[in-house]
Design a protein around this ligand. Structure first.
Ligand code: NDP
Length: 291
């Protein structure tokens, strides 16, 4: 048994020898993805704007036993060209190549006047498109030659808000994620001839800092939201709100060529069943779970 364990600990991880940039890894899904990739052998660049959050990610990597030589922390605003150049430049300088780009950073921008739906201002629309779509376009264009050299992989993080349903509270964030899904399809076709694969993960409700930023909530308010949603099977049929590792594992699957080589330009929905529920049978689901 002991011999088996020793042998297992020496098995190479599936990302051994790979270099990955994971945007939005100062928190939530991105941090969990960076940890998973690093534990499986990748050299990872962790990035975001908030220095305190970046320090928490650094500490989490060190606590997991990842040596400083295997990760890089870059503070950058990826909605700016200079932030994108810094992120890519520092990664190449430290690790010498790039194999995987995870475009995970994203946000639903809070309206400064608390307007909702289609009353939200154009400035909210512009900021929303900048972080959720334009930063992905910029990073994809700029990493293309480096990923072509390594026959690399891109995984974008979209959302279930991109599906064909109306969202009364928000108009622009779902538009941005729908645009990201279509961009993924076009990029996938354009880049596969260079050996670069592009795919997308569409999460449902996941317990991160996302809803605190989106609605200006406290951590307690966000927890109550996740608990209430999880307790309501017409919202989340599996019966609990998602955790960052659910998404990180799917990102890893799509970034790992051995696992997913033949998947090109697709979306994988990871939402505990949320998008399977229609209003007409939601009450039935609720009564079943209460009985
Ligand atoms: P968090 O708010 O916990 O993390 C968002 C990350 O994005 C942070 O690391 C943040 O870094 C980074 N980020 C935001 N704006 C910028 C910017 N301008 N420049 C650089 N980094 C930026 O949310 P999640 O982990 O939940 O979000 C990850 C992805 O998952 C997003 O694309 C989101 O849209 C998507 N998603 C999340 C869902 C959920 O329920 N949580 C559901 C569906 C999709 P910093 O603050 O340090 O700048």
């Amino acid at each position: 048994m002991i011999t088996k364990r020793l042998f297992a600990s020496k098995m190479p991880g599936r990302f051994e020898g790979k270099v990955a940039i994971i945007t939005g890894s100062s928190n939530g899904i991105g941090r969990e993805t960076a940890l998973l990739f690093a534990k499986e052998g990748a050299q990872v660049t962790v990035t975001g704007r908030n220095l305190e959050r970046l320090e928490k990610s650094r500490q989490a990597l060190l606590d997991a036993g990842i040596p400083e030589s295997n990760f890089l922390i870059v503070s950058a605003d990826i909605t700016t060209g200079s932030g994108q150049d810094k992120l890519i430049g520092e990664t190449l300088e430290k690790f010498g190549k790039l194999n995987i780009l995870v475009n995970n950073a994203g946000a639903s921008i809070k309206d400064p006047e608390n307007k909702t739906g289609i009353s939200q201002g154009l400035d909210v629309y512009e900021q929303t498109m900048k972080i959720n779509v334009e930063s992905v376009i910029g990073l994809t264009q700029k990493t293309r030659p480096h990923l072509a050299k390594t026959k690399g992989d891109i995984v974008n993080v979209s959302s279930i808000v991109a599906v064909k349903a109306g969202w009364s509270l928000l108009a622009y964030y779902p538009m941005a994620k729908a645009a990201l899904d279509q961009y993924t399809r076009s990029a996938a076709i354009d880049l596969i001839s260079e050996g670069i694969r592009v795919n997308t993960v569409n999460p449902g409700i996941v317990q991160t800092g996302f809803h605190e930023s989106e609605f200006g909530w406290s951590a307690e308010e966000a927890k109550k939201f996740y608990d209430d949603m999880g307790a309501n099977r017409s919202s989340i049929p599996v019966g609990f709100a998602g955790r960052p590792e659910h998404i990180a594992k799917t990102i890893a699957f799509l970034a790992d060529r051995d696992s997913s080589e033949y998947i090109i330009g697709q979306n994988i929905v990871v939402d505990g069943g949320t998008t399977l529920v229609l209003g007409i049978h939601a009450n039935v689901l609720n009564s079943l779970s209460n009985s």
